[in-house]
Design a protein around this ligand. Structure first.
Ligand code: ADP
Ligand code: MG
Length: 251
């Protein structure tokens, strides 16, 4: 059984079918890349799967449960979280506060488990602070912890968003263009973090527009074109596929 699957997803904007009968299935522990030219429907696919917008048709199944149209909060509670193509941190807050505030309002049994089950507000607050500091250190943002996030570079914002996402302790992490506008050094760093998280058991789905970027990183590539599945499979094989080359040349 797959961990996450979309079946026959459809999403229309006015007359435009952004997602057209799209079916994609992700196994537990996989590291999958979703590629396709601009406008192919990659972000819309993420939006429908992560509850940001409801699909017009089709179903989304997470761990065997139909979660079609469920809210992002409800999906996060079930272990699925995503980042956005344009980062959404609060610019007038420090890096540290941004990470702390990403902790869920309604702690379930999932997040920071031992400490939260122990109960009191002070203990919860302490657990949130501790986890936030851990993540800030892990992403080497310590020296920027007290900076306003508006002072961060594009790449550092991507790291901050990743840290915020991990406050929710996901089983399935969906990243929308985590490398866009990021310099080569930070790109490698983000890729290393993704590899580590996946090695620790997290299922990861990454959107990337550029060809090549994901080849080394992912187990499988899914290529979309005009809202449909064009080709999927081994990255090396997919990138050589005539249909993929043509889709990119055609825009
Ligand atoms: P990608 O992420 O692959 O570049 P998107 O999923 O963002 O593609 O967009 C797919 C298509 O749907 C595009 O033609 C885009 O203009 C359109 N689209 C996406 N979101 C909206 C929206 N909220 N309103 C209207 N059109 C949209
Ligand atoms: Mg997009």
């Amino acid at each position: 059984m797959s961990l996450l699957s979309a079946e026959g997803l459809v999403k229309e904007f006015g007359g435009l079918r952004a997602i057209d009968e799209l079916s994609v299935s992700i196994d537990d522990g996989e590291l999958v890349g979703v590629m396709g030219p601009n406008g192919a429907g990659k972000s819309t696919f993420f939006n429908c799967v992560s509850g940001v917008i409801p699909p017009d048709d089709g179903t989304v199944t997470l761990k065997g449960t139909d979660v079609t149209g469920d809210s992002p909060e409800s999906l996060a509670h079930r272990g699925l979280v995503r980042t956005f193509q344009n980062t959404r941190e609060l610019e007038t807050m420090t890096v540290r506060d941004n990470v702390r505030l990403a902790a869920p309002d309604q702690p379930g049994e999932r997040t920071l488990p031992a400490l939260l089950r122990s109960g009191s507000m002070t203990e919860r607050e302490a657990a949130v602070r501790e986890r936030a500091d851990e993540l800030i250190e892990m992403f080497e943002l310590d020296h920027l912890a007290d900076e306003y996030s508006s002072n961060l570079s594009g790449g550092q914002r991507k790291l901050l968003e990743l840290a915020r996402t991990l406050m929710l302790d996901p089983d399935v992490l969906m990243l929308d263009e985590p490398f866009a506008g990021v310099n080569p050094t930070l790109t490698r760093e983000i890729a290393d973090h993704v590899r580590d998280l996946n090695a620790d058991g997290m299922t990861v789905v990454i959107i990337e527009h550029e060809l090549e970027t994901l080849t080394e990183l992912v187990d499988r590539l899914v290529v979309l074109q005009q809202g449909r599945l064009l080709v999927e499979g081994d990255p090396e094989v997919v990138l050589e596929d005539e249909r993929v080359i043509e889709a990119y040349l055609g825009g």
